[in-house]
Write a protein that binds this ligand. Sequence first.
Ligand code: CMC
Length: 430
Amino acid sequence: MTAHTTSLKVGDQVVDLPVKEGTIGPAVVDIGKLYAQTGMFTYDPGFTSTAACESKITYIDGDEGVLLYRGYPIEQLAEHGDFLESCYLLLYGELPTPTQKHDFDYRVTRHTMVHEQMMRFFQGFRRDAHPMAVMVASVGAMSAFYHDSTDISDPYQRMVASMRMIAKMPTLAAMAYKYSIGQPFVYPKNDLDYTSNFLRMCFAVPCEEYKVNPVLSRALDRIFILHADHEQNASTSTVRLAGSSGANPFACIAAGIACLWGPAHGGANEAALQMLQEIGSVDNIPKYVAKAKDKNDPFRLMGFGHRVYKNYDPRAKIMQKTCHEVLNELGIKDDPLLDVAIELERIALSDPYFIEKKLYPNIDFYSGITLKAMGFPNDMFTVLFALARTVGWIGQWKEMIEDPGQRIGRPRQLYTGEPKRDYVPMAQRR
Ligand code: CMC
């Protein structure tokens, strides 16, 4: 993979550094020996120019607005496949044959129940706990309930842990929701597909028949496909870093969920809807656009901008279409929030500030309106993101563990604190 070298002048010294080429995308300069050769580190807070690993799973071309899972465009996967097919693809590298798909669906379905004692674990939470807090805790707790699949050196246990997480995440997410509204937990029903089962666990009650709406189920399944992986984003890098120490996969995914929660990352879907609600009407948009452009105002347009995409986020386009489909199916003719979103997008995309900074709507811009229409409360949006991203986290974690060259992740720093100084006894301090 090392195609050639490049020279770097550091002070008076010139060092040759290997350049590695990927299959597509920018090449990287391998600086692994830079410190040994020059005594200097590189400095890149926020990792804007640093590739932290090699990966074969997901590719993004941010300038062109391209997203590929194992080489397949997200648009094609979202249109033709289902979420579990994308899960298989992300985990194993190829689209499944009909037999492989049937077997995979069967294995996931047979792991959907959670340990009965987890019900009691849930009772410890306050009813008003944020469901993301409940998810961080309950996924972390899985390492206590499923300790038999925490030996990461055993490929079989790694596979069982992966299946357990993909299968049980909808059950835990639905439990977090049911607990918050004081309704009884609904057990999984294994003759339903993955997403229909999740909808039923969220919205069925014991006293009534629940019929899954296939249009909504298909729409949510597509939303899950869009969120399934996104290469080395903050939460995935968190999972990799946590996993690099040999921590068990349940603990690593819990760390990923905690990171996802922040409003700059997965929490943006909740924040975007709150922002649309706060704007309230099309007349107020100019005021908020002005706030977003004001350097002295911390306000940002939530659901806008992305570290990698400097073009329309390809997921946002599919999400926008899905949003219209869902509102149509539910007979929602006039959603004032949708009017605000469409007009906000139009104004922002023609404003020089957003054009110059290449700020486009991202996946979170339309997802809140869609999920709200389906009946999910705001604080469940990021939980749904976590549910879908779990396969990406696991795929990336497995890739790292199975890499023979894997080492603990340990960034270095530029120290700007006090130099060495002697301890001053308490009595002498002024
Ligand atoms: N509204 C107004 N200005 C913005 C926005 C925004 N949403 N996003 C970036 N900018 C400006 C920012 O002020 C900066 O201006 P300047 O160069 O004059 O200082 C410039 O654009 C670059 O911003 P940055 O913060 O340096 O960019 P970043 O790559 O570090 O941050 C981001 C990316 C996604 C955190 C940021 O765009 C943001 O905060 N967006 C809103 C939150 C959001 O929607 N997040 C979801 C991301 S997609 C889902 C996911 O991956 O989880």
